[in-house]
Design a protein around this ligand. Structure first.
Ligand code: 0RA
Length: 655
């Protein structure tokens, strides 16, 4: 390799920005865990997507290379190579060494970019051991390399090895970036195939017609998974169809509406199914808005207003009838909403909630007009009547549920008795410290009751599998004893009445066996929380307890092992003459063992459930328990090992 003549001191001063990134990576990419690592890819892909969104590029290739580096390549115009008038360095160099440099080269269209939330390619450079960019533009090919170097005992990230250099001719144009993430910065530099696959598929749905290729050339990847191409000419209409694959739809073709108001671009695809729950996904500038926000409020208002009007006009609602509410049209709704706008403000716990008030009116306006137009045709009458009768059913059940809830409330107030028998509550009164263990099975529940610290740990054993909430309406859920017990124990209500302020336990810990049944019970409980107590998850109160799978022991050493991957290492540590005990279920453990491994806050490991985990659990339940047998078979085959603890990725390891 060539000798690394870096720029002189003056240039390193210019690089102070990048050193700041290395000093506090969290400020720029959120975390140095797996999420932050993957953020590097999204940062570069965002830039390529911007180029595609402006119509200059229709193919993006993301490759995981065998040496651990990542390449992101596009066939856009190529990053400009001319010398910046004041900085006296090439535009390429500016892009990779200046924080937030992207804007300087922006034209008007470019400003919608997902890159708005992005901190730019320079952050990727700062956090890489090396980065090489190749640009093809104007018939020429250019290249530039950056490295993280040590100078006078100090580490500097992303230092140019030489200025941008012409290296040959080019027929087409485009940009190709390859970087190696710095393993001294990141907790792990292992990329997750599945995470990248999902995200790239999502981006392909959101950017119709753009071909996105994912190549995984790492050692352990099966031949059949090495190369995947996504390209959806139908965009979000295809996305909705994809999500409804395992469901029974009420009409064949999703309704698609797009338009622009006050500079805000809006597009939505909508399709109802016979399910009782909804799946609404929204994005702002390609960024998922998991917590919703003003644009979703606009969508809801449009649906409520237009469908109520149409119900009156067609006589589905009589003069004496009350209007439907938004939830009635949301039942069974699958929708993808995308908004593109400038000056985006994100709010909420995870900064995934759109705050801009102007987005509500724009979305509501575009979608209302679109729906009115769509249903003014005489060809759409049947679709309308399907939607209206679905809403009518929802409204009836809403009323029934209200009554059922009233009964439940009265019942709970009257006979706490059966509950007291099951729930072993704790004596401490500080709800912030208190923990509720929801334990699979009576026998494990009994052990947990014996083993726990009664001061702050309560135990609720579940007898069998709780009712599968898929395909159940809220009134049926409320009649199920297991769920009633959970609702009563948590004390915070359910659905619209859910109020976190009344929560009795700030940690709700699901404790199930590490087998298929246990995974199923976990998924059912998560789906229940996701649907009826979502805040419990978004506010970080739900955890998965991790019982050990094995104990490796010898005379006076013993080591507990929580995943198959760790077993070999533990055996090695314990050394010759070891024995192994395998725990098939929680019920096999003694009081002391359960305390030492799973209950004791100083020793146990908990996984905090994120909203993404819960959504994933719901999806698993929908597919596994839903109507579509083929989809179910396919899912089971693809995800045969649905015990994997990492279905529930740790977002914050709790103690
Ligand atoms: C600004 C202006 C121009 C190209 C780009 C940005 C650009 C940036 C990236 C980042 C990754 N791939 C990219 N492709 C293009 C070109 C302006 C012009 O040609 O006039």
């Amino acid at each position: 390799m060539a000798e690394h003549k870096s720029y002189d001191a003056k240039d390193i001063q210019v690089l102070e920005g990048l050193d700041a990134v290395r000093l506090r990576p969290g400020m720029y990419i959120g975390t140095t865990g797996p999420k932050g690592l993957h953020h590097l890819i999204w940062e570069l892909v965002d830039n390529a997507i911007d180029e595609a969104a402006n119509g200059y590029c229709d193919r993006i290739i993301v490759s995981l290379n065998a040496d651990g580096s990542v390449t992101v390549e596009d066939n856009g115009r190529g990053i400009p190579v001319d010398i910046h008038p004041t900085l006296k360095i090439s535009a390429v160099e500016v892009v990779y060494t200046k924080l937030h440099a992207g804007g300087k080269f922006n034209n008007e269209n470019y400003a919608y970019s997902g890159g708005l939330h992005g901190v730019g390619a320079s952050v990727v450079n700062a956090l890489s051991k090396w980065l090489v960019v190749e640009v093809c533009r104007g018939g020429k090919k250019y290249s530039m390399r950056f490295e993280t170097i040590t100078k006078n005992g100090k580490v500097h990230g992303g230092v140019p090895v030489a200025p941008l250099t012409e290296v040959g001719k080019a027929i087409k144009s485009g940009t190709k970036v390859t970087y190696l993430a710095d393993d001294t910065i990141f907790e792990t530099v292992e990329y997750e195939h599945e995470t990248i696959l999902k995200k790239l598929r999502e981006l392909a749905f959101l950017n119709k017609g753009v071909e996105i290729v994912f190549i995984d050339n790492r050692k352990n990847i099966e031949e059949s998974q090495r190369c995947v191409t996504f390209k959806y000419e139908g965009g979000i209409v295809d996305f909705v169809k994809f999500m409804n694959e395992s469901k029974t739809v009420l009409y064949d073709k999703p309704i698609y509406i797009e338009g622009e108001r006050n500079g805000i671009k809006v597009a939505v695809a909508i399709e109802h199914t016979d399910s009782y729950t909804d799946n609404v996904f929204s994005y702002v500038n390609n960024i998922p808005t998991t917590e919703g926000g003003t644009h979703e409020v606009g969508l809801r208002s449009a649906l409520t207003r237009v469908f109520n009007d149409l119900a009156r006009k067609t006589g589905a609602l009589k003069d004496k009838d009350a209007n439907y509410i938004g939830d009635d049209f949301k039942e069974g709704l699958t929708a993808v909403l995308i908004v593109k706008m400038k000056n985006v403000q994100f709010e909420g716990q995870t900064k995934t909630k759109l705050g801009n008030p102007e987005a509500k009116n724009a979305v509501e306006g575009v979608i209302s007009d679109g729906l009115v137009e769509y249903f003014s045709s005489n060809k759409t009458g049947k679709i309308l009547s399907q939607i209206l009768s679905k809403a009518e059913g929802a409204a009836k059940v809403r009323e029934a549920a209200r009554k059922a809830k009233e009964i439940t409330r009265q019942k709970n107030a009257l006979d706490g008795a059966p509950l007291v028998g099951k729930l072993a509550s704790c004596t401490g009164k500080n709800v912030e410290n208190n923990e509720l263990f929801i334990v699979e099975g009576n026998s494990a529940g009994g052990t947990a009751k014996q083993a726990r610290d009664r001061f702050f740990q309560a135990v609720l054993p579940l007898r069998g599998k709780p009712l599968n909430v898929e395909k159940k309406r809220i009134d049926q859920v409320l009649q199920n004893e297991e769920f009633r017990t959970i609702i009563t124990a948590l004390n915070a209500g359910i659905g619209e009445d859910f109020n976190l302020a009344n929560l009795k336990y700030h940690k709700v810990i699901i404790l199930a066996d590490a087998d298929q049944d246990g995974a199923h019970i976990r998924a059912i409980l998560l789906t229940f929380f996701y649907r009826y107590m979502r805040e419990l998850i978004t506010e970080g109160h739900v955890y998965i307890g991790m019982p050990p799978l094995y104990k490796v022991y010898k005379k006076d050493v013993e080591e507990y092992v929580y995943s198959d991957n760790e077993l070999d290492a533990a055996i090695e540590r314990v050394g010759k003459g070891y024995g192994i005990q395998r725990y098939k279920g929680l019920g096999e453990m003694s009081n002391d063992q359960l305390w030492d491994t799973t209950l004791n806050p100083d020793a146990r490991s908990l996984i905090r459930v994120s909203i993404e985990d819960a959504a994933e659990a719901e999806k698993m339940i929908t597919v596994l328990m839903g109507d579509n047998i083929d989809a179910r078979k396919a899912y089971i085959t693809e995800n045969a090992d649905f015990n994997k603890v990492d279905n529930f990725k740790p977002t914050a390891a709790g103690k």
